[in-house]
Design a protein around this ligand. Sequence first.
Ligand code: NAP
Ligand code: HSE
Length: 434
Amino acid sequence: VSRRVINLGLAGFGTVGSALARIMVENADDVARRTTADLRIKTVLVRDPDKPRGFDPGPETTFTTRVEDILDDPEIDIVLELMGGLDNAEAFTRKALEAGKHVVTANKALLAERGRPLFELAARKNLGLYYEASIAGGIPIVQALKHSLAANRIDKLQGILNGTANFIMSEMTTKGMSFEEALAEATELGYAEADPTLDVDGIDAAHKLALLVRLCHGQHYPFEEMHIEGIRGVTPEDIRFAREFGYRIKLIGQIRQDGSRIDAGMFPALVRDRFLLSKLGKNLNGIRVMGNMVGPLFFTGQGAGGLPTASAVLADILMLVRRIDAPDNTGFIESDLPLAEVLPPEESVHEFYLRFTVADRPGVMAAIASVMAENDVSIAQAIQRDTGEGELVPLVFMTHTASTRAIARCLEATSAFDFIGAPTAMLRIIEEDA
Ligand code: NAP
Ligand code: HSE
């Protein structure tokens, strides 16, 4: 078999870029047997060429700070956008596609917020814009949805999509670590974004969820309309109560269909102990997909970190090399995907956990229960704890399914009671249905 050389241009040589170079060296024999091309990292774009690097890609590779050294080089066939961020990454990706180069990216922020014209440009030019590494690090969910599940309508998807947030939540739960300690460790391990607020505020995971809507439903989800809550408001007290009820708290993304409308949201949720998602610790991600023919499937693996993410980047490169003349970017035949019809977040229906902080006196539970009844919210369980810590005590309700709007009305009405001593904590509950 004659072998051709495929030159790669890497924009970014941080956690993911340097891990990609490492895999290409350490797994060189396995990779070579899976492709008829010899892959070479020709040029690497960085900000600071003198910075010490995690891995030395060898003498064949040139480091540069000039984008033109990649974009204007006719020998470079595939570019890797591994810088992150929006403006520079967008300009780089657009120019690379305009220059006729295939693009592989790990940048979910770019694709979720500004991806639509880039996908259209790629399709118009018959170029690949591949993004396996953008969703859940090393888990091959893009390929699974694009190809392996193409015979199904996807009725529901639930997932843990951010390694940093999952690391924080599980270390707080199992080791009693503080939020700040756990975030510092996740950053040290290379899991967190350059701006970790994206991780803890749920935005990074929501970027991935918007891309998953694209893959599941062949529709473009307007990212700015997505309901997004992060994990900052989750307290050790809620983690303890959740455990008493038989749940763990996880940052969960969910996509459901409501008629023709898409109900997609990112929120911290109580997840039943026996549900596989609740068992995932550290930087693990997990995605449960319900196909209408295949039934439920569960994917799990490392969702963050250099090597798992670069494993997905290299898989995309190999896939592109195989399909270099006919790349497919979304798995749908339309190059211009229709806009999703969005279910307004207040109409989204869930079971809820509500923790009121109340003065311990007669009539309190009845007053709250009556507001809930007026708003058609049915109570499934309730517990009141005498903490012995003063006059205010936690009063926790678990509800049956109710709309987010009805719960918001309950919280607004109850906040006016003089016995309420602090803002009420509200979390959604997700169940694993068959
Ligand atoms: P990183 O460690 O911060 O590395 C970023 C690299 O890009 C650095 O080499 C940096 O150069 C270079 N860079 C940034 N801005 C640049 C600019 N304007 N011009 C030239 N070079 C620039 O980031 P990372 O963790 O590897 O993440 C890269 C991408 O992968 C991001 O989109 C991220 O969201 C995504 N991702 C990361 C992970 C993960 O676990 N880390 C997982 C999935 C996806 P210097 O080295 O000179 O500063
Ligand atoms: N910061 C991201 C995370 C990287 O923690 O999941 C993987 O996308």
